[in-house]
Ligand binder design. Structure first.
Ligand code: IPD
Length: 272
C-alpha cells in the first residue's frame, strides 16, 4: 500500500516536471516567435473559430517533447494530436487556449497541459507567458502560481459575485448563451469574458474571479484548470450531480458554486 503510494507520488512528480518543461518551451516559442503579421491558418467550427500557424507549431513542439520524454504515454491535443499510448497516462493539451487573444496580441492566452490516468487528472499546468504566470496543481497536493499557494475567495453573497464566462464560436449557440448571461447579469456583481477558459479557471483558483461557467468546452480547455481550481478549494461540475463536461462547466467556492449551478440549470445554460 505504502509502496503504491510512493510510486504514485513519484509518477506525479515526474509528470509535473515534464508538464512544466513542455509548457515553458511552448510558451517561449509562442511569446518570442509570434510573427508580427500572424494570420489565420485554418478555421474549425465556424469562420471565427481560428487556428494559427503558432497553434500548430506549439502542439508539435509539445507532442514531440512528450514523445521523447515519455514515449509510452497517450496524447490528445486540440489541433488533432491523438496517440493511444501503453502506459495508462494520457496527456491532454491545448497548445494555445485563448487563440483569438493571441491572434490580436492580447495578453490572456495560455498553454494548458494536463496528465490523466484512469480518467482522473493527476497534474495540471496552465502557463500564461505574457502574464508571467505559471499555475500548477498536483492531485491531493494543492495548487500554486509560482511558489504561492492558491486559494479561492470565500463565497460572497450571490449578488456580489464576479462571474467569468465564455462563448462558443457558432452563432446559434452564442444567441442562447447571450440569453443566459442576460438573465444572470442583473443578479450578480458583474460578468467577465477574458477569452481563455484555462485562465478563467485559474483566476477562480487565485480569487480573481468568484466563479466561472461556460457551455461547450472541450477536455483540453478545462482539464488542467479544473484540477487547479479544485486544488485551490473550488467545487467544479456540470449540471447538478454531473461532472463538468462539454455540456456545462461551473467552478466556484462552496456556498456560491451550488446556487450558481442550480440557477444555470434552471436558465438552461446546458443546452443550445
Ligand atoms: C477557447 C477559449 C475561450 C472559450 C472558448 C474556447 P481556444 O479556447 O477557452 O475562452 O470561450 O469556448 O474554445 O479555442 O482559444 O483554445
Amino acid at each position: 500500500m505504502k509502496q503504491d503510494q510512493l510510486k504514485l507520488d513519484q509518477l506525479k512528480a515526474e509528470l509535473l516536471a515534464v508538464a512544466l518543461e513542455a509548457a515553458d518551451r511552448a510558451g517561449a516559442l509562442l511569446r518570442d516567435g509570434r510573427p508580427a503579421d500572424l494570420g489565420v491558418a485554418a478555421t474549425k467550427s465556424s469562420a471565427v473559430d481560428v487556428v494559427t500557424e503558432m497553434d500548430l507549431a506549439s502542439e508539435k513542439l509539445i507532442t514531440d517533447f512528450l514523445a521523447a520524454r515519455r514515449p509510452g504515454d497517450g496524447v490528445l491535443g486540440e489541433e488533432g494530436a491523438s496517440r493511444a499510448g501503453t502506459s495508462g497516462v494520457q496527456w491532454v493539451i491545448d497548445p494555445i487556449d485563448g487563440t483569438v487573444n493571441y491572434l490580436y496580441g492580447r495578453p490572456d492566452w495560455a498553454v494548458s497541459i494536463a496528465a490523466r490516468k484512469d480518467g482522473e487528472t493527476l497534474v495540471g499546468v496552465v502557463h500564461a507567458p505574457v502574464r508571467g504566470e505559471t499555475f500548477r496543481a498536483v492531485l491531493g497536493q494543492g495548487a500554486y502560481v509560482g511558489d504561492t499557494p492558491l486559494r479561492v475567495r470565500t463565497a460572497p453573497p450571490f449578488e456580489q459575485a464576479l462571474v467569468g464566462t465564455g462563448f462558443g464560436y457558432v452563432a446559434e449557440r452564442r444567441a442562447r448563451q447571450a440569453e443566459v448571461v442576460g438573465q444572470l447579469l442583473p443578479r450578480v456583481r458583474d460578468i467577465r469574458r477574458a477569452g481563455s477558459a484555462a485562465i478563467d479557471l485559474c483566476d477562480v483558483a487565485a480569487g480573481r474571479l468568484d466563479a466561472y461557467y461556460e457551455r461547450g468546452l472541450n477536455l483540453w480547455d478545462f482539464a488542467a484548470g479544473d484540477l487547479i481550481a479544485r486544488e485551490a478549494g473550488a467545487r467544479t461540475g456540470g449540471r447538478p450531480g454531473e461532472p463538468l463536461s462539454g455540456e456545462l462547466t461551473v467552478a466556484g467556492p462552496p456556498g456560491l458554486f451550488e446556487p450558481l449551478q442550480s440557477l444555470l440549470d434552471d436558465l438552461g445554460a446546458w443546452h443550445d
